[in-house]
Ligand binder design. Structure first.
Ligand code: SAH
Length: 255
């Protein structure tokens, strides 16, 4: 058994380039203790990850055919391979505490993976992975950039993010329609923001969902107006012009 039929609905594009696979795996911190690979497919990254002997390595794959293939290829990983949906995985069941994530991720659920990382920011230490280039750029984007958005601000509040390299379409089977980008998210030392973090998330979502409006308009319903004195220097700005700390500041003043 050496073939898994790529399934579009599961975002399956199998990487077919050993050097790129090695470069992705090299980007994860070598002292990583607990590591989860999302969506191994036929194990292109897994092969290389295994050479690093991380003390606690687990894998989650949703596709039954891939799981059968992986069980056949790696009989020794029987207790580390989880058949299931990453979005429903209960981390407490598999790791004692903090862990890192690696993967050539299924692009149909990239945003959901990244929102889940944000939700679990107190235990996800590092993420190294491939996304469609546009998503990778968005996550790493700085204020003022056209692609700076909700995930940029949310994730940059807790992670140092680096765009590592771009991957062309033709190294996948089948080739995706777009280029891919590999990024690394490394947890920074912010333990907690000094504001209500759910309100922070709400402010960001509300502002970017109406990204062409000024903040005084888009955030009016959240009470922006009442504080015009302290907020006046931001009132006429649009969300893509604001740094993470300015979003924190707004959240603090709304509360
Ligand atoms: N890492 C492999 C495969 C990448 S394709 C490679 O580089 O070649 C994305 C993989 O994610 C597929 O194997 C797909 O089945 C799997 N996948 C899709 N949705 C998933 C989910 N919700 N949870 C876990 N794995 C998923």
């Amino acid at each position: 058994m050496n073939y898994v039929k790529p399934k579009k609905r599961l975002g399956q594009h199998f990487l077919n380039d050993q050097n790129i696979a090695a470069n992705i795996v090299e980007a994860i911190h070598p002292d990583t203790q607990h590591l989860l690979e999302i969506g191994p497919g036929t194990g292109v990254l897994t092969d290389i990850i295994l050479t690093k002997n991380f003390p606690d390595f687990k894998i989650i794959e949703i596709d039954e055919e891939s799981v059968d293939f992986l069980n056949f290829k790696y009989p020794q990983l029987k207790n580390q391979l989880i058949k299931g949906d990453f979005l429903r995985l209960k981390f407490d069941d598999i790791f004692p505490g903090k862990f890192s994530i690696i993967g050539n991720f299924p692009y149909n659920i990239s945003s959901q993976i990244l929102f889940r990382v944000w939700d679990e920011r107190h235990r996800v230490d590092e993420v190294v992975g491939m996304f469609q280039k546009e998503v990778a750029e968005r996550v790493a984007a700085k204020p003022g950039s056209k692609v700076y958005g909700i995930l940029s601000v949310l994730l940059q509040a807790f992670y140092d993010i680096e765009y590592l390299f771009t991957v062309p379409e033709h190294v996948f089977i089948p080739p995706p329609k777009v280029k891919s980008g590999v990024i690394r998210l490394k947890r920074n030392n912010t333990i907690q923001l000094e504001v209500d973090e759910l309100l922070f998330k709400n402010v960001i979502k509300t502002a970017f969902n109406q990204r062409r409006k000024t903040l005084s308009n888009s955030l009016k319903s959240m009470g922006f107006k009442e504080h015009t004195a302290e907020l006046s220097h931001l009132a006429s700005k649009r969300p893509e012009q604001l740094s993470v700390s300015e979003f924190v500041e707004i959240t603090r003043l709304l509360k």
